[in-house]
Design a protein around this ligand. Structure first.
Ligand SMILES: [Zn+2]
Length: 182
């Protein structure tokens, strides 16, 4: 969502709706008939851009001046969005609404990477997900297919470049007040 001042006309020059993109490209093709770059020059530019691409790794906690201790850990129940789930018998269980799931930890793993950084050890994931066993915690990361180095306690898992973060369902997005009822 982009918010702007009420009569900002400039915005329409910089932003368009997704459904208008084909029209926009056609409009630009008409406007710029002559190619600015030769095919070879274009290919060189493409190589240059790709070579210099770096994934954005931002220290989000530093940006917003939030300390690590302020991050709520644990696996949040995907059904009631409030309770912290417990892991036993191969599934996550919600003590409040009794919903159970085998995959409820996936958004929490995403959160870890997005908030705390692109690597995670078995111990860190066990603490973050509230699992007593570092062995089980490590297996969960392995099941996601994350690359890793080291072994046993020293195993560190990495966020691969092509990692696909879970896209939240729009209907599951609630206002902050809904998570923390007063
Ligand atoms: Zn629940």
């Amino acid at each position: 969502m982009v918010e702007t001042t009420p009569d900002n006309q400039q915005i329409y020059k910089e932003l368009i709706y997704a459904e208008s993109i084909i029209d926009k490209i056609q409009e630009l093709e008409k406007k710029y008939e002559k190619p600015r770059f030769s095919k070879m020059k274009l290919a060189q530019l493409v190589d240059l851009l790709l070579e210099n691409h770096q994934p954005l790794i931002k220290d989000i906690l530093q940006t917003y001046n939030i300390s690590k201790d302020e991050i709520k850990t644990g696996v949040i129940c995907p059904k009631d969005h409030i309770s912290t789930m417990t892991y036993y018998s191969g599934s996550w269980h919600c003590p409040s609404c009794h919903f159970s799931s085998k995959t409820a930890h996936l958004p929490a793993v995403d959160d870890y990477f997005l908030l705390l950084g692109p690597t995670i050890t078995r111990k860190q994931v066990a603490e973050f997900l509230h699992i007593g066993s570092t062995y089980i915690a490590g297996n969960m990361l392995r099941a996601i297919g994350l690359p890793f180095t080291g072994e046993k306690r020293g195993t560190t898992y990495f966020l691969p470049q092509n990692y696909e973060f879970i896209q939240p369902d729009e209907k599951d997005i609630k206002l902050p007040g809904a998570y923390f009822p007063r």
